[in-house]
Design a protein around this ligand. Sequence first.
Ligand SMILES: NC(=O)c1ccc[n+]([C@@H]2O[C@H](COP(=O)([O-])OP(=O)(O)OC[C@H]3O[C@@H](n4cnc5c(N)ncnc54)[C@H](O)[C@@H]3O)[C@@H](O)[C@H]2O)c1
Length: 206
Amino acid sequence: MTKIHKIPDVVIKRLPIYLRYLQQLMERDIDTVSSQQMGEDLNLNPAQIRKDLSIFGDFGVKGMGYRVTELAEKLISILGLDKQINIALVGVGNLGAALCQYNRYQNTSTKIVAIFDGHPAKVGQKIGNLVVHPMEDLSKVVKELNIKMAIIAVPAQAAQGVADQLIDCGIKVILNFAPTLIQVPPGIKVQNADVTTELQSLAYYL
Ligand SMILES: NC(=O)c1ccc[n+]([C@@H]2O[C@H](COP(=O)([O-])OP(=O)(O)OC[C@H]3O[C@@H](n4cnc5c(N)ncnc54)[C@H](O)[C@@H]3O)[C@@H](O)[C@H]2O)c1
């Protein structure tokens, strides 16, 4: 499917939320859903949902709402999840190992397929069915497994260096768990995952 460019990041971030919700409806054999119902269940504005989805085409059926399976398939295609996306993870410490174990049990198209660590004691260790590679193998393994997405789970002071190495190897998108801002060249996408800032913004509602 041809990608529609310049979709706001906030919209792209909502698509997997819609998809997970639609998949839950499919498990319950629900065929159609209105934007009103989606809004209520997802705690989102129905007008916002209609606006988001209309960017990608006319999926709604008047008086019926959205056909659940059809919309889920469209979202899978839009997000590029109709094929397996191989992921490299760098930093197999507490967080990296946990992410790796979690990912193994997920029946999703995004899969951690190779793990790397800079510490000699970590190299060769088995986490689930994956063996920790040394950083020296990064370029070779990334190319062999056609990896374009990576997760950074190293300490903050090592994150930029790791990001640079990943980009040099051909990585295009990075999920960064280190609490630091990474500088990347144009064309590379970084998303930061930070439990602390999430908690801090939640504190406002107390
Ligand atoms: N975003 C979040 O919500 C969240 C939550 C917990 C931890 N973190 C962050 O995630 C990161 C990892 O946390 P942790 O508790 O797993 O740390 P950890 O010390 O247990 O693990 C870090 C791992 O990175 C490896 N490493 C260090 N420098 C490296 C380099 N240059 N190249 C390759 N590997 C290298 C270490 O050998 C170690 O195995 C930290 O930046 C931490 O602040 C984020």
